[in-house]
Design a binder for this molecule. Structure first.
Ligand code: NCD
Length: 297
């Protein structure tokens, strides 16, 4: 039984095959590949894109989706997540998609269930389908000629599961990460790291901008302090026209974008912004992941 807990679960060869399928699904037309299958989604953390993207992907493949409303489920009555999952698994679904704030939770659930489990984000640990759709968007733009390209990963890197999954995945395809963040958001890694994007901008082919993950910060601040630090942060890390000018590069963001803090309005409207294309690609990538894990092909 194969699961998708981190990007390391799929080999490069499997990923290229997955991308072939995603390309086929990109018109987002409905088919009946997963007709008669039932997919359960369990989102213990907020989600707009990932949850609807998985749901649309499943429905486009003809599967039925059961969304467990976590707020009204038995975890609120003291049941452990492990027991909730084991009970759901006993109803014999064909796949379970889970998002949870605990790092490592999806991996620890594997031993309780008999169907594929897809990690839709676990704390700051991993968000494999997001990194796969990011890589697909980059590959598609550069016609698969990505070896030696440089990606600037900008923002709250230490708290971002999108950053950590991309840091695992992109270098496997020859894409070099350059980390751009203030010291408090940086991680210790083998990659080049700078505080100011202007220092490296001439070498950059891809900018991956990230949202500041306030929900994962454990320092308390007044509203006034927060506004002040956000303003200071945006001044240096917001991706603006002044930073990208007319350079030949693309701008990605997993969403939700905090406008004029992560990326300026102007850059979001620029044809180099891939933000909405990522969302479309995300459905196709998730269709390919569901097909792979449920049909084992
Ligand atoms: C991200 C997430 O939830 O990790 N969003 C997403 O899934 N598209 C990034 C974020 O919340 O900043």
């Amino acid at each position: 039984m194969k699961h998708l807990i981190t990007t390391a679960d799929f080999s490069n060869e499997e990923i290229l095959k997955l991308f072939d399928d995603a390309k086929m699904f990109l018109d987002l037309k409905s088919n009946n590949l997963l007709q008669g299958k039932i997919i359960v989604t369990l989102f213990f953390e907020n989600s707009t894109r990932t949850r609807s993207s998985f749901e649309i992907a499943a429905k486009r493949l003809g599967a039925e989706v059961v969304n467990l409303e976590v707020q009204t489920s038995s975890t609120k009555k003291g049941e452990t997540v492990e027991d909730t999952i084991a009970n759901l698994d006993a109803m014999k679904p064909d796949a379970i998609i889970i998002r949870h704030s605990d790092c490592g939770l999806p991996a620890s659930l594997v031993k309780f269930i008999k169907c594929p489990i897809l990690n839709a984000g676990d704390g700051r640990n991993a968000h494999p389908t997001q990194a796969l759709l990011d890589l697909y968007t980059i590959m598609d733009h550069y016609n698969y000629d990505v070896d030696g390209k440089n990606v600037a990963i900008v923002g709250d890197i230490v708290n971002s599961r999108v950053a950590s999954s991309n840091l695992e995945l992109l270098p496997r395809f020859g894409i070099n990460p350059i980390l751009v963040s203030p010291k408090i958001f940086n991680v210790v890694s083998e990659y080049k790291s700078v505080k100011n994007i202007k220092k490296v901008i001439d070498d950059i082919d891809i900018i991956l901008s990230l949202r500041v993950q306030h929900e994962r910060h454990n320092f308390s601040r007044t509203q006034e302090e927060l506004e002040k630090s956000t303003k200071k942060y945006a001044k240096k890390y917001c991706i603006t026209k002044d930073i990208i000018q007319n350079r030949d590069l693309i701008v990605l963001h997993p969403g939700p974008v905090n406008r004029n803090i992560d990326i300026s309005d102007e850059v979001l409207l620029d044809s180099r912004s891939k933000v909405l294309e990522q969302v479309t690609n995300g459905v196709a990538i998730r269709m390919a992941c569901l097909k792979k894990l449920i049909l084992n092909q």
